[in-house]
Design a protein around this ligand. Structure first.
Ligand SMILES: Cc1ncc(COP(=O)(O)O)c(C=O)c1O
Length: 362
């Protein structure tokens, strides 16, 4: 039937794209269940039992909207981080908050800078809000901070996106490097620091909530094992948070997720256990690679990038694993497409992955 309704020119001009093919879509395509889900950097250690109990209890109140101010969670985070709660907003994961930052800071046509092959959801929002994206290559499998700055200067960028620790490489810049980046930032530019994996990394940059040069994003999806609950937070100046409040989806974070995050934050012992297990797992993956004549990139995250040498070999190994019902991901980006990225699973999952990996390579 002919349809006279018009999409906006922005939406009409966008290519059809989704940043990720989900494991569920792979299962539907293949007509079989995946056995190992190690491609999305979810936590295979699950949420803390205390978070689970809190979420079960809160389900009874699922007929109520969540608190749009997430007051209790922001209070707890304030104590946890030593940052006043007026400097925080809760969103339904970093993916949601990335959109909020882009919408707030990027005029249609103005420029944002990221690394080529970095976490793609940022790019997706830049396109969706009509921004212009400039990318710079990775250097030695790390974000090239100098190149990001240089591109920001040349293109009068409003936003620089940096995931630290990084996905897909797992690499990490220490607080001194981030401070130096902030000091060199062009006046009109904001550093959008995506700290999805920060709990797995060494000491992070100290908080300075009055610093107008950056917005920091964190999540309960990774170390806290609550990716499906969709909850994360932004830390920024009060002025920036007030700007987010003008346009954010006020009831977008459900009450079950808020209750779970609150209890997850209080369960320090569980988090420590996950971090310890992930450290073991990263070392185990490095030994597995070495035993097969391969290398891995040093990782400050809950995943490890295996270096297969060429994009063709990386693709064929990922396909071989999928044929064995093991879900992993290859990386985009010219210099990174030789990498296969594997989440650190439980000891049993790591053993099963090791067998599948050996069998594909042989
Ligand atoms: C760098 C990075 N940022 C953000 C996310 C998504 O975080 P969330 O689940 O909070 O939306 C991921 C997930 O893989 C990630 O790797």
């Amino acid at each position: 039937m002919p349809d006279a309704r018009r999409f906006t020119s922005l939406v009409s001009a966008l290519p059809a794209s989704v940043p990720f093919v989900a494991p569920e879509a792979l299962e539907r395509r293949r007509g079989e269940r995946l056995e190992l889900r190690l491609g999305a950097n979810e936590s295979t250690f699950g949420p803390s039992p205390r978070a689970l109990a809190a979420m079960r209890t809160e389900l009874e109140r699922a007929s109520w909207y969540g608190d749009p101010e997430s007051f209790e969670l922001r209070s707890a985070l304030s104590l946890h981080l030593g940052v006043p709660m007026e400097h925080m907003v809760i969103g339904s994961g970093i993916d949601d908050l990335l959109g909020l930052v882009v919408r707030t800071f990027l005029e249609p046509g103005s420029c944002a800078v990221t690394s080529q092959g970095a976490y793609p959801t940022f790019n997706y929002h830049v396109a969706g809000y009509g921004g212009h994206l400039e990318t710079v290559p990775y250097r030695d499998d790390r974000n090239d901070v100098e190149a990001l700055l240089d591109a920001a200067r040349r293109h009068d960028a409003r936003l620089i996106y940096l995931a630290n620790p990084d996905n897909p490489t797992g690499s990490w810049h220490d607080p001194a490097a981030i401070s130096a980046l902030l000091d060199a930032l062009p006046e009109q530019a904001l550093l959008l620091l995506d700290e999805a994996y920060v709990e797995f990394a060494p000491t992070p940059l100290p908080f300075d909530p009055e610093d107008p040069r950056l917005v920091r994003l964190r999540t309960f999806s990774k170390a806290y094992g609550m990716a499906g609950a969709r909850i994360g937070y932004a830390v920024a100046t009060q002025r920036t948070i007030a700007a987010f409040d003008k346009v954010r989806l006020h009831f977008g974070v459900n009450r079950v997720a808020q209750a779970g995050a609150l209890s997850a934050l209080a369960d320090r012992a569980f988090l420590e256990g996950v971090l310890e297990e992930v450290t073991w797992g990263r070392e185990e993956y490095a030994r597995l690679a070495a035993s097969l004549g391969l290398t891995t990139l040093a990782s400050a995250t809950n995943f490890v990038a295996f270096d297969l040498g060429t994009p063709e070999r990386a693709r064929s190994v990922a396909d071989g694993l999928l044929a064995r019902r093991v879900f992993v991901r290859t990386s985009g980006g010219a210099s990174l497409n030789r990498l296969v990225r594997v989440t650190v699973g439980t000891p049993a999952e790591r053993r099963r992955f090791g067998h599948a990996f050996q069998s594909v390579l042989s």
